[in-house]
Structure formats: structure tokens, C-alpha cells
Design a protein around this ligand. Structure first.
Ligand SMILES: Cc1cc2nc3c(=O)[nH]c(=O)nc-3n(C[C@H](O)[C@H](O)[C@H](O)COP(=O)(O)O)c2cc1C
Length: 328
């Protein structure tokens, strides 16, 4: 399958693995890239520019295909050493960066000078247009269903994607709720040039997370996610668990008076305990509604090959079949 996204990133299939905190290590990114998609190392998860440089080196040893690095720009009391992370990316010869969070404008010149293609993740048409106007090469349009931060507009992909297609000139991938060949064909139909998956890639053999995390995704249905931190205007879609129930109780009790400090035990520094140690009630962790479509733990290659097979069959048989019926 050839799209503007496969051409831009020089990949075989129009499937991207979005940056994921404490999941996006070299093992994950290399497995996706080796299977013909675009794997992405999560920059900030590595903890320092030096560690990111090492992770890029490890990934290069595991795959000779292109892979990218995610840089998430979030408001922070002490901001991470972004110039250092960018140096590690440039020196490591990485040619694709997925940016997310705040406007990446300040960091674009350094990336563009190094010939890096930038795909910015946005949750609205206006942010997508902004990304286009500041020179991003592509966008990842993240609908309300997505795992992680869906923004505050709550527009699901059935509306958001065709709206993005109406306005954007640069290519975009559909993100949020994507799981299989059906998702890919739907995304292409709605105007995207590919799809980005987060949650689905966690339930794979290669995902470098504790087995408990994968089993939690298998057990979860589409009804099992919750939105937290809405009163802080930092909404995150997470899998419900004991910590999330506690957090929501605090939100209910404190209302608009709630501050980040009130929920520190439920959200700060919990990822290593969940992803590495498998302590599933340790805190809130991002998870998409797509959990309801996850029924197995294949290898990444099995997942991607199956997705492409399904997509091709839907286009060539199911959809083409409808057309023939109509003609006859
Ligand atoms: C566990 C987890 C951690 C994530 N961490 C990040 C992150 O650090 N930076 C980022 O830009 N997106 C992050 N995301 C969002 C994904 O990159 C992707 O946009 C999202 O998962 C797509 O929705 P889906 O889960 O329905 O596929 C995370 C998602 C998950 C599930």
C-alpha cells in the first residue's frame, strides 16, 4: 500500500506506533519498524539525553529500517533538557520526530536544519492547521477515543478525521481507537493517509512491559476507560483501577478547587511501577477505548501483517463486492 505517509517516512505500511511513556523503548520501536511500520522511541521516558542516545543506538542495532523519536512538550516546573534531547536525536541520525503536547514551533528550526521530518500529534482541527502553518510535515489526528490526552474538545474520529481532511493540505494519520484492518480502511476512507496505534501495540509479544499490563488489556472492554484530570484541563484517558477510582473521588469532592498536588499519589511517577513491575493498581495509566477490540497478544509482525491482509481484503472483496452488486 502506497500513501503520502509511506512515501514521506519511507516505510512499507502506513502504520505508526505512537510514543508511549515507559513502553516506547528500543524493543518496541524496532519490532514495529522491522515489521514495515514506523516505530517510535519515547524520548522523555529515557530520563536524560545521554540515555536517549544509548536507546537510539540500541534500536539501530535491532533494525535497519527507519524509526522515530517522540518528544512530548508538557508544562513542567523544571522543564526537561529539550535542547539536549534534540542533540541526541540529531547526532543519532534519527530522521523522524513525533512531537506532542505544546506547540513545537520553538524546536522546529533545529529539527528541520538536520533534515528531520516532523509529525505533530493534535487533538483538534485548529491545532492541526497551526502545525501545518509552522512547517510540520504531517500530523497525527488524535480523536476523543484515544488513550492518553484527548484534549478538551471531545470530538470523536468519525467527525474529527473528515474535518481534518477538509482543511489540511499536509498528510495526516488517524490516531485513537485504531486496532486492525477495519480501522485502517476506515481511516483511509475518512481522508487519512495511514493510522497511528498506541494501546493496541502494548498487547504484543515484543512490547517491553509486564505481562500483567497485557493481560489487563485483554480483560478490559470498551467500557473500562475513564477520563481523569478534566478539572485541571489536562484530561487523560486511562484504564479504570483502584487508584483511578480514588482520583475520581477526589475530583468529585474538591471540584474546581482541585490542584495537581492533590492527585500526586495517583499520577506522579507511577509508570515504572505499572509497566515494569506490573502493579496494576499503582496509579493512572493511559489506555484507549480500543481495549475493547484487543483479544490476543500477537507478535508485532503478526499484528501488522494481519492488519494489512484484512485491509486489503476489505477493499478488494467487501467494498468492491458492494459496487458490483450495485451495478448488477
Ligand atoms: C500507555 C500510554 C502512554 C502514552 N504516552 C504518551 C507519551 O508519552 N507521549 C505522547 O505523545 N503520547 C503518548 N500516548 C498516546 C499515544 O502515542 C497515541 O497517541 C494513543 O495511544 C492513540 O490512541 P489509542 O491508544 O486508542 O491507539 C500514550 C498512550 C498510551 C496508551
Amino acid at each position: 500500500m502506497k500513501t503520502r505517509i509511506t512515501e514521506m517516512f519511507e516505510i512499507e505500511h502506513p502504520i505508526i506506533q505512537g510514543g508511549m511513556h515507559y513502553v516506547g523503548f528500543a524493543e518496541m520501536a524496532a519490532a514495529v519498524s522491522s515489521a514495515g511500520g514506523l516505530g517510535i522511541i519515547t524520548g522523555l521516558t529515557q530520563g536524560s539525553p545521554e540515555n536517549l542516545a544509548k536507546e537510539i543506538g540500541r534500536c539501530r542495532e535491532m533494525t535497519n529500517r527507519p524509526f522515530g523519536v517522540n518528544l512530548t512538550f508538557l508544562p513542567a516546573v523544571t522543564p526537561p533538557d529539550y535542547p539536549g534531547y534534540i542533540r541526541a536525536i540529531v547526532d543519532g541520525g534519527v530522521k523522524i520526530v513525533e512531537t506532542a503536547g505544546n506547540n513545537p514551533q520553538k524546536w522546529l528550526p533545529a529539527l528541520k536544519e538536520a533534515g528531520i521530518k516532523v509529525i505533530h500529534k493534535c487533538t483538534s482541527v485548529r491545532h492541526s492547521l497551526k502545525a501545518q502553518s509552522i512547517g510540520c510535515d504531517a500530523v497525527s489526528v488524535d480523536g476523543f477515543e484515544c488513550g492518553g490526552h484527548p484534549g478538551e474538545d471531545d470530538v470523536p474520529n468519525f467527525i474529527l478525521l473528515p474535518r481534518a481532511a477538509e482543511e489540511l493540505e499536509i498528510p495526516f494519520v488517524a490516531s485513537g481507537g485504531m486496532a486492525d484492518g477495519r480501522s485502517l480502511v476506515a481511516a483511509l476512507s475518512l481522508g487519512a493517509d495511514g493510522m497511528n496505534m498506541g494501546t493496541r501495540f502494548i498487547a504484543t509479544k515484543e512490547a517491553p512491559v509486564h505481562e500483567n499490563v497485557k493481560q489487563a488489556l485483554l480483560a478490559a472492554s470498551e467500557l473500562d476507560t475513564r477520563l481523569v484530570m478534566r478539572p485541571l484541563r489536562n484530561t487523560e484517558r486511562v484504564l479504570k483501577n483502584a487508584a483511578v477510582e480514588r482520583l475520581l473521588e477526589k475530583e468529585k469532592a474538591l471540584g474546581t478547587k482541585i490542584k495537581f498536588e492533590d492527585i500526586v499519589p495517583e499520577v506522579a511517577g507511577v509508570y515504572p511501577r505499572i509497566m515494569k513491575k506490573g502493579e496494576m493498581d499503582a496509579g493512572a495509566w493511559s489506555c484507549g477505548m480500543v481495549a475493547g477490540l484487543i483479544h490476543d497478544i500477537p507478535t508485532v509482525k503478526e499484528l501488522i501483517d494481519r492488519t494489512m491482509r484484512e485491509a486489503k481484503a476489505i477493499i478488494a472483496q467487501r467494498l468492491a463486492g458492494f459496487m458490483q452488486t450495485a451495478v448488477n
